[in-house]
Design a protein around this ligand. Structure first.
Ligand code: GLU
Length: 307
């Protein structure tokens, strides 16, 4: 079991690190996040919870939504449909890179954890309108995050939509390659919407605990997602979940994890627990400085390495 003092100590030692980074500002609404905020939550598979700091402060999922959209589409359409359009390999490139779409032999995104692959996944979400797509996705994702419903931050969504020239370029390129399952604007609207859904560190810890038991709700053991969707998602989190910092994070923490530029990180330790962290001060790759420190510290302190 995780002790309160271990978590408190890691949050305290993360504070000076956070001063070395800053919130994402390429989405203007995110630049207003408090760079000094730090929160962490650990949920064990029996549903017992340990929290510290700003663990209940809401923030937008951003790329952590990729670790929810992927299993949703796998559970809705089947794995073959998804992976006929997107690969399972890391890139070592930044999350929003477009370069390999044309330069590589594959002519499809390398994995669903980079923006290009995530947009393909979003385009496949069932539904003819953005409301239908996001409504059904939210109904799948809410129990995984341990909440009754998911709210969307409209200001963050609009702020991203107004400035997303690079994501628009990627989406049009994907259309040219014939990889999108929906029209470009619908895909982009749904993608910005899933990124703007609000969560907190406790919610991420809950999902980490679900993944820890391959899809079973912490405590009750109720099945929330297929074991295969959980396995595939964890495999891609392990290899591709922290952008072009995934290899280094794997060496330090040895856990499947997914970060987002909203400041959240989700991690999962098999049969043990889930971890959720919040710290909007990011390193140059877009990963939360405090979050990486806290998860690596928990992994060492609790011997969570899966490798
Ligand atoms: N909505 C963000 C984007 O597509 C998510 C990026 C992230 O969290 O890595 O740029």
């Amino acid at each position: 079991m995780t002790s309160q003092s271990l978590l408190d100590g890691l949050v305290a030692s993360a504070r000076p690190l956070a001063a070395q980074g800053k919130p994402a500002d390429y989405i203007p609404a995110l630049a207003r996040s408090d760079p000094g905020a730090i929160g962490a939550a650990v949920m064990h598979v029996d549903a017992s919870l340990v929290v510290c700091g700003d663990a209940r402060v809401p923030f937008s999922l951003q790329s952590v939504s990729k670790a929810l959209a992927l299993p949703y589409v796998i559970d809705s359409l089947g794995e073959e449909e998804v992976f006929s359009r997107v690969g399972k390999e890391p890139t070592g490139d930044p999350f929003n890179s477009i370069i390999r779409l044309e330069a590589s032999r594959l002519k499809r995104p390398y994995n669903p954890m980079i923006n290009a692959g995530a947009m393909v996944v979003t385009s496949l979400m069932p539904g003819a309108t953005v409301e239908e797509k996001l409504g059904a996705f939210s109904r799948y994702a809410a129990p995984l995050l341990g909440v009754a419903r998911l709210d969307l931050d409209q200001e963050i969504r609009d702020s991203e939509a107004a400035t997303a020239n690079r994501n628009r370029s990627i989406a049009w390129f994907l259309r040219d390659l014939g990889l999108l399952g929906a029209e470009v604007e619908l895909t982009l609207d749904a993608y910005f919407g899933q990124c703007a859904l609000l969560v907190d560190a406790v919610g991420l810890a809950h999902y980490g605990a679900v993944l820890a038991r391959d899809g079973l709700e912490p405590g009750s053991g109720r099945r929330l997602m297929s074991p295969r969707a959980a396995r595939v998602t964890k495999g891609l989190m392990q290899s591709c979940g922290l952008y072009d910092g995934s290899g280094e994070f794997c060496v330090e923490a040895g856990l499947p994890a997914k970060s987002g530029v909203g400041g959240g990180i989700l991690a999962s330790a098999r049969n043990r627990l889930g971890i959720g962290t919040y710290g909007p001060a990011l390193d140059i790759r877009g990963n939360s400085l405090a979050g990486v420190h806290i998860i690596a510290g928990l992994s060492k302190g609790l011997d969570l390495f899966c490798l």
